[in-house]
Write a protein that binds this ligand. Structure first.
Ligand code: GLY
Length: 356
């Protein structure tokens, strides 16, 4: 079958790869691969540190379970290395926050994770001595992790091309539909026809479909990773620090500012100030740059999934697109290959926003 995938972020790429591996002819439509949120994303696989609950937690934990295999497959198919680190330390700044973390930890341990080491007060220093002494404590979630998203997107593109996928570098302007059937996608150079269409257009989804997906600006800073920098991701309520091979990411702002792509002084000040309150020793690290990305937000922070006769729409992954990519690709594969409709299409249906 000829399948067209619209969107060159990790979700679109993961779908495209899964369909190529199933033997389909896949064309990937990418307006500008540099603008995808995936490139700027911190790459945390963090359902617990993000404090997720209900069906969003279930979806996220299920996808986390697919992640190691997904990564191995991408590395093997691309023959590229992709940096991955295991474990995230979720810290609390005061006793009240620590109590909340403890409650969530007990809830997660009942059903969703098997390892969540609690460190109170001075015990935190045993996990990583450079942390601020003012922190009240934290929980180390061993099953969480972090992936270098620039390396991941490069590897996904490489794997896609190596498996014979066709990459078209142009934007989708409009979806030509006859009810629940997509006829074609209008592009800058003409139109794209296919037997099946997958739309993974992230924050730009609203340009193609009438669903409440909107951009949530995130500024993230890149700095030098000091020799005694954190050995794992440290996640506080207003800052996260992500050590990678080549740098340290300090994330991230959450702003409703449309597609304003300007890094701001306020953003830089918030990111560095918050990061220093967690790790004071960072003060002398070299500051590299500030990056801006657009998360695909929704009114309730949960994804938006929809399908018609010959198309699927997967969007609204908000803060967790990297984490959600393997399961999203799996659901699209099952829908196309086996006509299996995952219950998540119902749970994350856009119709939920029309109920009063
Ligand atoms: N997942 C972290 C963020 O969106 O900032």
């Amino acid at each position: 079958m000829r399948v067209a995938v619209v969107g060159g972020g990790v979700v679109g790429l993961a779908c495209a790869l899964e369909l190529l591996r199933a033997g389909h002819e896949v064309t990937l439509l990418v307006r500008n691969e540099k603008e995808a949120a995936s490139r700027v994303a911190g790459g945390m696989l963090a359902p617990f540190s993000e404090g997720l609950t209900d069906e969003l937690l279930e979806f996220s934990v299920e996808s986390l379970g697919l992640w190691r295999e997904f990564l191995e497959t991408v590395k093997e198919l691309s023959n590229r290395s992709v940096f991955f680190s295991k474990g995230i330390l979720r810290v609390a700044k005061d006793e009240r926050e620590l109590d909340e973390l403890k409650k969530l930890r007990s809830y997660y341990l009942k059903r969703f994770c098997s390892s969540a080491e609690l460190a109170e007060g001075e015990e935190l220093g045993k996990l990583y001595p450079k942390l601020s002494e003012k922190l009240a404590g934290g929980v180390f979630y061993e099953e969480e992790g972090n992936v270098d998203t620039e390396e991941l997107t490069e590897a996904l593109f490489t794997a896609f091309l190596r498996l014979g996928g066709e990459l078209r570098r142009e934007g989708a302007l409009r979806v030509n539909r006859d009810g629940e059937r997509v006829l074609s996608v209008k592009t800058h150079s003409g139109k794209l026809e296919a037997d099946y269409f997958v739309f993974a257009a992230g924050a730009w989804t609203k340009e193609l479909f009438d669903v409440p997906v909107f951009p949530v600006k995130g500024q993230i800073a890149r700095a030098e990773l000091p020799p005694d920098g954190p050995p794992f991701v440290v996640y506080a309520r207003d800052a996260y620090l992500i050590p990678r091979e080549k740098d340290l990411l300090l994330g991230a702002t959450t702003e409703r500012a449309g597609f304003d792509a300007r890094p701001t002084v306020k953003g830089a000040s918030a990111l560095t100030g918050n990061a220093l309150s967690v790790l004071p020793a960072l003060e002398e690290a070299e500051f590299y740059e500030l990056r801006v990305g657009f998360r695909p937000g929704t009114p309730d922070g949960k994804p938006v999934f929809y399908f018609g006769e010959n198309f699927a729409l997967v969007s609204g992954h908000y803060r967790n697109g990297i984490l959600h990519a393997p399961l999203t690709a799996r659901l699209v594969f099952l829908l196309i290959e086996r006509r299996e409709v995952s219950p998540y299409f119902q749970k994350f249906s856009p119709y939920r926003f029309r109920r009063t």
